[in-house]
Design a protein around this ligand. Structure first.
Ligand code: NIG
Ligand code: FE
Length: 419
């Protein structure tokens, strides 16, 4: 063995080989005084500390004493726009003064302000800024995250964003799941000819992205004034035909029938859902789609939150994510998202932890290797400063993470910073 973790209040969040729903989300599979053994970045054994000690103590391996702190799977953040340059604090102030997110976007700001910055940058510059942001994700316990294109809005710049993600992944430190979202806004050049831009997405961008394995998912911002339900269907369909898996920004600001597509197409997750209708709920359940909820966005936009209770009680599995982006939700912190999920969306803390780990892994189709501390999975885990996950929403606003490990390697240690 390379490593054993002992004396842990261990929550394995054990995988049941499908996304968890309803009561399944409550059981975090607690092992009191638990431990596990890791080799080559993979979990080889899980059990009680004394068993793990007995089996592996004589092997020359590193021993991590968790000192009865809570140990959880590393957080999986299944929806971010973490590749960006520049910030939009002026628009944040405009929103506080009463302008809406869509008014700012329609006046050429919002997503389109970030597009201007991205178009001026090189792949290397984007990769460097992403590498810096990764340190923050690790600091707050995230060991894997999804990241989207969508600030290029033309062939060259959408591809550039995805190449930056690939460059960072190839460097080996982080694991970022790439999503192509050329349909994130309508570029100014095509303001009056959206159809032409959609043709470019379908005929040029999607085939190139798929052929060069630059993304695993395709996503569309399905929203009034952005992409209609019909347009979304066409774009996602084209992505699926090219071998990409589908996601959707759905029912965020207005319900225009987006999540209802979950019944028509194979959509891994519908995200946001602040305004989801009963029809949308039915379609998602029939289509086995995961509801990825982004309470940071509702919080920062001062909107009412997605009806998480109703969604869970309806039997739809939920995941939670930061939506990390410079406009509607500027945070890298999954503990903050868990806090909002619990205190503002009425999730139970266990449901929120399940949503931030195993169900989040399903939302990016990575549950075979991520999201729980089961034998055979990647040794991605966090050790909290406290004895229980309850401290995440309870002692809110401060970082609960003591150490973060990715594939058995320490990537953050609070005791070596000023925390
Ligand atoms: O998920 N809604 C569209 N996209 C992002 C916001 C991106 C931005 O404002 O830069 C979201 O909220
Ligand atoms: Fe988003």
């Amino acid at each position: 063995m390379d490593l054993i973790v002992v004396n842990a209040n261990l929550y394995t969040v054990s995988d049941i080989k499908r996304p968890k729903t309803k009561d399944e989300m409550i059981d975090l599979h607690f092992i009191e005084n638990g431990g596990f053994a890791v080799k080559n970045g993979v979990i080889k054994d899980v059990g009680k500390t004394d068993e793990i000690m007995k089996k592996y103590f004589n092997e020359a391996c590193e021993i991590i004493d968790a000192k009865n702190r809570a140990v959880l799977p590393g957080f999986v953040d299944p929806h971010t726009h973490a590749v960006f340059l520049g910030t939009r604090q002026n628009e944040f102030k405009m929103r506080l003064e009463g302008k809406t997110y869509m008014e700012i976007l329609n006046a050429g700001g919002g997503i389109l302000s970030t597009v201007k910055k991205i178009r001026q940058a090189s792949v290397d510059e984007l990769a460097l800024s992403l590498l810096e942001r990764i340190e923050l994700f690790f600091e707050w316990g995230t060991t894997t995250f999804e990241a989207k294109s969508g600030y290029g809005l033309d062939f060259e710049n959408e591809i550039k964003m995805l190449k930056a993600i690939k460059q960072v992944n190839d460097a080996g430190k982080a694991q970022i799941i790439p999503t192509f979202i050329g349909a994130h806004a309508v570029p100014v050049e095509f303001k009056n000819s959206k159809e032409k831009y959609i043709d470019i997405i379908i005929n040029e961008m999607i085939p190139y992205v798929a052929e060069n394995s630059l993304a695993e998912f395709i996503d569309v911002f399905c929203e009034e004034g952005v992409y209609t339900q019909k347009e979304t269907q066409r774009i996602l369909q084209a992505g699926i035909e090219n071998g990409l898996k589908a996601k959707m920004h759905a029912d965020e600001i207005k319900a225009i029938g987006c999540s209802e597509l979950a019944d028509v197409l194979d959509i891994t997750s519908c995200d946001h859902l602040l305004k989801i209708t009963d029809k949308g709920l039915e379609a998602m359940k029939n289509g086995n789609s995961i509801a990825t909820l982004l309470p940071g966005t509702a919080f920062s936009l001062k909107e009412s939150f997605a009806p998480a209770r109703k969604i869970i009680d309806f039997g739809i599995p939920t995941a939670v994510a930061t939506d990390c982006n410079p406009g509607s939700s500027y945070t890298e912190s999954m503990p903050m998202i868990i806090t909002l999920a619990v205190l503002m969306m009425d999730m139970m803390p266990e449901e929120a932890v399940t949503s931030a780990t195993i169900n989040a892994a399903y939302a990016i189709d990575k549950a075979q290797t991520l999201g729980s501390l089961d034998v055979g999975k990647q040794a991605d885990f966090v050790i909290l400063k406290d004895e229980s996950y309850l401290f995440i929403p309870y002692h809110y606003g401060v970082n609960p993470i003591w150490q973060t490990y990715k594939k058995g390697k320490k990537v953050f240690d609070a005791s070596s910073t000023d925390n």
